[in-house]
Design a protein around this ligand. Structure first.
Ligand code: C2E
Ligand code: CA
Ligand code: CA
Length: 699
């Protein structure tokens, strides 16, 4: 059996070189020998492919020790054996100390084989050892750097004492290594020692097996964390279990996330109330129960009346706080067994289960309305938010949750139509009304081409002079099926469908053209006010529409005024200011309509370049009944005056109201007392004749 060997031989004498070759063969090596003599040759030949270097000690211009130095410099890790005829003991020791693997006297060349074998074996062990230490170091590092906590316990210790924990363990649990070494791991469970998954851990320890469990563990500060634990036995060469390794994966975030997902599936994130999902679940159960026992069930659909206004004028944060507070109040009013849910937006649903008579429902509604009417204190203000409630009953109004919900919703709309802050029971003819609305929408779509619109004009009276100072253009829709449809019915549909854009353009064009026609006919110049919806308030489009209406008619921009609602202005107060400035720069008048119904911020109001405030009709009409309304008229008038705006009182129907508003300082007034909205022809006639309300305004 021969061993292959690649040898680099540094030897100047041919005889010695031959002797070495022979000895190698004799010792059983199949050696591939490369022989070099000079330093240059040695340097050139040096490469990692050799198994070893044999070098003469003394050379003519070079030496074995110099060769050894060159080898070390090169960084190659090759065994180096010195062979010499003359080497003394001291030189030999020096050679070994500087790193030679062995040395041989030429006379005793017979030892060469053994020397080589020992040298190679030593090298192999060294290599192995290095690999082993490297690997160990690497694994140690990995454990130290691991994100998972690692615990090593002594399996032969009676209490499985901890021998080692890594830094991640310290980070996750808050315990320092020195606090826990020598202890049993059970302190991680705190007092929570009855968790079912602990059985798996105990069994694995007992049977010397791997085990897995998700445990509730406690950090040093007492806070809980979820531990996805893996334990595995470690055996020695005799297959005895000496240790257990525990890998702790902190999955608290994952568990929290799962719990949150579950909550999200069933609960409303903002208010913590049940969501639509859970509501339907509860209704299914409730209906099944009511069916077995022949009981009733009521669904109250609740919508906050002024929510959008709050959201638009005070911002979403205030809106959110209002919703949370409203949710709390609802919850407080209900029995534990009832379900209070939020469907989104400002829509809440209360499901009352197992009710004996309508009395219970009526009581619940009265409580809700009373609760919602109490002011909400948000951001330092008292907000008044009424609500409208629609009610449907099982089994009368529907056999399943979806139908009941839809019908309660319909009833809620009915309550809203009837003036808000009230409730309405579902009746089967309500669906007919929903269908009717749909038909109205269809007819509205073709109303423009069929020329079904017209404008009515209502004069505005100067309270000092008693003369007409302007007029408001009001849209009228007359169609063959419905006859006169009041704007309060079709304007909201037009806004929802976007039809308000072409309709609004038509109103602008018609009003401008009409006033110009009156001027051309020699009638006095009277300003016309046109109402704008929020949908129309897109700067570019709006400016374009107005420019076109003015150009088409040839009307002086000073004779046009736009009426904007408070909520429109507050929606995007910043961009609105710019648009208003643009319009103002065109010479157009601006007024704020229905003032007092929104929550205008005074600081914004100052920035709006408006000319007029129109006090909402509802306040004027309640002046005599309600001291609150009188206060508002007072406040708005003095506010308007302090901002140097003209104040207009809308909806003046009686002489008392007129006197009241004039005494408080309102400049102008509009209302049935002076004149109802007129057709264009009648308005033309009135302009010609001139109105003289002196008699009215005098007293
Ligand atoms: P508004 O802008 O507040 O218009 C004044 C409303 O008050 C008119 O109702 C008018 O007829 C009514 N009114 C005037 N004086 C009195 C009074 O003494 N007593 C009572 N009870 N009412 C009075 P109308 O014409 O039914 O319009 C209702 C609303 O429809 C308007 O309220 C306005 O918001 C909207 N609207 C009307 N035309 C247009 C339009 O061309 N575009 C837009 N976007 N909205 C319009
Ligand atoms: Ca108006
Ligand atoms: Ca108004």
């Amino acid at each position: 059996m021969t061993e292959k060997l690649r040898v680099l031989l540094l030897e100047d004498r041919d005889v010695d070189a031959d002797l070495i070759r022979i000895e190698l063969k004799r010792a059983g090596f199949q050696a591939d020998v490369t022989r070099v003599i000079t330093e240059a040759e040695f340097r050139a030949a040096l490469e990692p492919g050799y198994d070893l270097i044999l070098s003469d000690y003394a050379l003519p211009q070079f030496s074995g020790l110099a060769a050894l130095a060159i080898l070390q410099e090169s960084g190659l890790d090759l065994p180096f054996i010195l062979v010499s005829g003359t080497i003394g003991e001291e030189a030999a020791v020096e050679a070994m100390q500087t790193g030679a693997s062995d040395y041989l006297i030429k006379d005793r060349l017979g030892r060469l084989g053994n020397s080589i074998r020992q040298t190679l074996e030593k090298k192999r062990l060294q290599d192995e050892n290095r690999i082993f230490t490297d690997t160990l170091r690497l694994r140690n590092r990995a454990i130290e750097a691991s994100l998972n906590a690692v615990i090593i316990t002594d399996a032969r210790h009676p209490d499985h004492a901890i021998e080692y924990v890594n830094p991640a363990f310290e980070r996750i649990t808050g315990y320092a290594a020195r606090d826990v070494i020598g202890r049993n791991c059970r302190f991680l469970q705190g007092n929570d020692r009855n968790q079912a998954p602990l059985q798996q851990v105990r069994a694995a320890l007992r049977h010397h097996q791997e085990g897995k469990a998700v445990l509730r563990n406690y950090r040093k500060d007492g806070s809980v964390f979820w531990n996805d634990l893996l334990i595995a036995p470690v055996r020695n060469d005799q297959r005895e279990v000496t240790h257990f390794v525990g890998i702790v994966n902190d999955i608290t975030e994952i568990i929290n996330y799962q719990q949150q997902l579950e909550r999200q599936a069933n609960y409303d994130g903002l208010t913590g109330l049940a969501n639509r999902n859970l509501l339907h679940d509860r209704m299914r159960q409730g209906i099944a129960y009511a069916q077995r026992r022949s009981r009733q069930l009521a669904l109250l659909f609740i919508d906050l009346d002024n929510f959008k206004l709050v959201n638009d004028s005070l911002g979403h944060e205030a809106g959110d706080r209002l919703l949370r507070e409203a949710g709390l109040r609802l919850k407080d009013q209900m029995r534990e067994d009832d379900t209070v849910a939020r469907l989104g937006g400002d829509e809440f649903v209360v499901a009352l289960f197992d009710i004996e008579d309508d009395e219970v429902v009526l009581n619940a509604m009265q409580r809700i309305i009373a609760e919602m009417t109490r002011p909400f204190s948000i951001g330092g203000r008292d907000l008044y938010v009424t609500c409208s409630i629609g009610v449907s009953l099982y089994p009368k109004d529907g056999e399943d949750g979806i139908t009941l919900l839809r019908n309660a919703d319909t009833a809620m709309y009915r309550a809203k139509e009837q003036g808000r802050n009230g409730f309405h029971f579902y009746t089967s003819d309500m669906n007919d009304r929903a269908v009717e609305r749909l038909l109205l929408e269809t007819r509205l779509r073709s109303a423009l081409e069929r020329n079904e619109f017209s404008l009515a004009y209502q004069p505005v009276i100067d309270l000092q002079t008693g003369k007409i100072c302007s007029m408001e253009a009001l849209a009228r829709w007359n169609n063959p099926v419905d006859g006169e449809v009041p704007p309060a019915r079709f304007i909201p549909i037009a806004e929802e469908t976007g039809l308000i854009l072409p309709i609004g353009d038509w109103v602008l064009n018609t009003a401008c053209a009409q006033v110009k026609a009156w001027l051309d006919a020699g009638l006095p110049a009277v300003r016309v006010a046109v109402n704008l919806s929020a949908r129309q308030f897109n700067r570019e489009r709006l400016v374009q529409s107005i420019t076109r209406a003015l150009a088409n008619s040839g009307l002086d921009p000073g004779l046009l005024e736009l009426e904007l609602t408070e909520s429109l202005l507050m929606q995007n107060a910043d961009t609105v200011v710019e648009t208003l400035r643009t319009l103002k720069a065109m010479g157009i008048g601006l007024s704020i309509d229905d003032f007092g119904t929104g929550y205008s911020s005074l600081s914004y109001l100052r920035q709006f370049p408006v000319d007029r405030l129109k006090i909402d009709r509802s306040f004027v009409q309640d002046i005599d009944k309600d001291s609150g309304s009188a206060l508002i008229v007072n406040a708005v008038t003095s506010l308007g005056r302090s901002l140097e705006l003209k104040v207009v009182a809308e909806g003046v129907e009686t002489a008392e109201q007129m006197h009241f508003v004039r005494e408080r300082g309102c400049h102008e007034s509009q209302g049935f007392l002076f004149c109802r909205p007129l057709t264009a022809a009648d308005m033309g006639a009135l302009l010609k004749k001139g109105i003289d309300a002196k008699a009215l305004t005098a007293a």
